[in-house]
Design a protein around this ligand. Structure first.
Ligand SMILES: C=CC1=C(C)c2cc3[nH]c(cc4nc(cc5[nH]c(cc1n2)c(C)c5CCC(=O)O)C(CCC(=O)O)=C4C)c(C)c3C=C
Ligand SMILES: [Fe+2]
Ligand SMILES: [Fe+2]
Length: 341
C-alpha cells in the first residue's frame, strides 16, 4: 500500500532572523486562540503590545543560534523526516509547520492531490496541550473540511508515557549521564496555569494541591500537561536508575504576566547553584528537536545565569532530533495512531 502518507508537524520558526520575519511569525503564533486563549479583541490588543518589543529581542536570540541551512528546529525536523522515509512503509513522509512554512494546508492539499487516501498526522509533541497538539489537529481538520479533501486522518496520540519514546530519551541521554554530574534538571516548556485548570474535567483537581499531578486520575491525566511532564520525568528517572534528589523538574519559557506552571526553570537554576550544585545537566524532553528554547534559553542564557549564581558548568543534553532509535520509535508510535473521528 502506498497511499497512506505520514505528515510530521512541528511548531515552526520565522522565515529568517530579520525583525520583520520574526514579527510576522510571532503574530501568527500568538494570534492562535489555542495559544493566547482570550476573546479576539483582547488577544489582538495583548499581541500588539507584545509585538512592540519582542520581535527585536527574539530576532537577536534567533540570530545567535541560526544555522547556515536555517532554523535549527526546521533543519532538525527535516532530518527526522528524511530518517522516517526509510521507516514508514505505507506511503510518502512529509513535514509541515503549524506556524510559518511549509504550512499544514500546503502539505495536506499536496498529499491529497497526489492521491493519498489516508494521512497519519503526527504532532511532534510528547505531552498534550491545547497550544500544541489541539491546534495542529484543528488546523488539519479545517484544511480537510474547507478544501473538501478526500482523505481519512489518523492522529498520533501524546506519547509522554510510551516505552518507545522513553527508551529513545534514555538512549540519547545516557552518554551524558554516565559522566560525573551533581544534578539533572528536566526542563519542560511551561504553560499558563489557566491552560491546565480550564481542561480539568472535575474542576476540582488541577493545582488544588501540591501533589495534584502525582495523583491524577486517568481522566485528568489525559489533558493535564503538567501531570504528563511529571510522568515523563519520573519514568525517565526510573529507567536510568536515578535516585531521588539527583534530579528535578522545572518549566521554562514563560511569556507575559500571567502565572505559569511552577517551578520556573530560571528560579531552579539559581536555587541549584546556591545549594552547591557545581555541574548541572539539563535536558528538555518536551522538545523533540533542538530549537531556540533549548539552544538559546538554556544552552546560552541558562548557562550564563547558572555560572553567575555560583555553578561551574551547565551541560545541555541534546533533544532526540534525528537519532535513528527515535526515528524507529516514532514509526512504531505512528503505526498505532487511531483514526480521527
Ligand atoms: C513543547 C511544547 C510547547 C508548548 C506547550 C508551548 C507553549 C507556548 N509557547 C508560547 C510562546 C512562545 N514559544 C516560542 C517558541 C517555541 N515554543 C515551542 C514549544 C511549545 N510552546 C517551541 C518548539 C518553540 C521554538 C520555536 C523555534 O523557532 O525554535 C516562542 C518564540 C520564541 C520567543 O520569542 O521566545 C514564543 C513567543 C506560549 C505563549 C505558549 C503557551 C500558551
Ligand atoms: Fe512555546
Ligand atoms: Fe496537576
Amino acid at each position: 500500500m502506498t497511499d497512506h502518507a505520514l505528515l510530521l508537524v512541528n511548531l515552526g520558526s520565522p522565515a529568517s532572523t530579520s525583525v520583520a520575519d520574526v514579527r510576522r511569525y510571532l503574530n501568527q503564533f500568538l494570534m492562535d486562540p489555542y495559544v493566547i486563549d482570550v476573546p479576539w479583541p483582547v488577544r489582538r490588543l495583548l499581541v500588539s503590545l507584545i509585538l512592540i518589543k519582542r520581535p527585536e529581542q527574539s530576532a537577536h536570540a534567533y540570530a545567535s543560534i541560526w544555522w547556515d541551512e536555517g532554523s535549527p528546529l526546521v533543519v532538525l525536523s527535516r532530518r527526522l523526516q528524511q530518517a522516517m522515509t526509510s521507516q514508514w512503509r505505507h506511503g510518502p513522509v512529509e513535514l509541515a509547520m503549524r506556524y510559518g512554512q511549509p504550512s499544514i494546508e500546503s502539505m495536506l492539499t499536496r498529499l491529497a492531490a497526489q492521491g493519498q487516501k489516508r494521512i497519519t498526522l503526527a504532532p511532534l509533541y510528547p505531552q498534550f496541550a491545547d497550544s500544541t497538539t489541539t491546534t495542529v489537529i484543528e488546523e488539519a481538520r479545517r484544511v480537510v473540511r474547507e478544501n473538501k479533501l478526500d482523505v481519512q486522518l489518523s492522529v498520533l496520540q501524546p506519547f509522554y508515557d510510551q516505552p518507545e519514546y522513553l527508551d529513545a530519551l534514555v538512549a540519547t541521554a545516557k552518554p551524558y549521564l554516565q559522566q560525573d554530574y551533581d544534578h539533572l534538571l528536566l526542563s519542560f516548556h511551561g504553560l499558563p496555569e489557566r491552560h491546565l485548570t480550564k481542561l480539568d474535567p472535575s474542576g476540582q483537581h488541577c493545582l488544588k494541591n501540591q501533589d495534584c499531578c502525582k495523583n491524577a486520575s486517568p481522566q485528568v491525566m489525559a489533558t493535564c500537561y503538567r501531570a504528563q511532564c511529571l510522568r515523563t520525568a519520573s519514568e525517565f528517572a526510573k529507567r536510568m536508575g536515578l535516585p531521588d534528589g539527583k534530579w528535578s523538574v522545572s518549566f521554562q519559557s514563560r511569556l507575559g504576566r500571567a502565572k505559569w506552571i511552577e517551578p520556573y526553570t530560571e528560579v531552579r537554576l539559581d536555587e541549584l547553584a546556591k545549594s552547591g550544585v557545581k555541574k548541572l545537566l539539563v535536558m528538555c524532553p518536551a522538545f523533540v528537536a533542538d530549537c531556540i528554547e533549548t539552544l538559546e534559553e538554556i544552552g546560552d542564557r541558562g548557562k550564563e545565569q547558572f555560572r553567575e549564581a555560583g555553578g561551574e558548568e551547565l551541560v545541555l543534553v541534546p533533544c532526540l532530533n534525528d537519532d535513528p532509535q527515535w526515528a524507529k520509535a516514532l514509526n512504531t508510535l505512528c503505526e498505532r495512531a487511531p483514526l480521527a473521528l
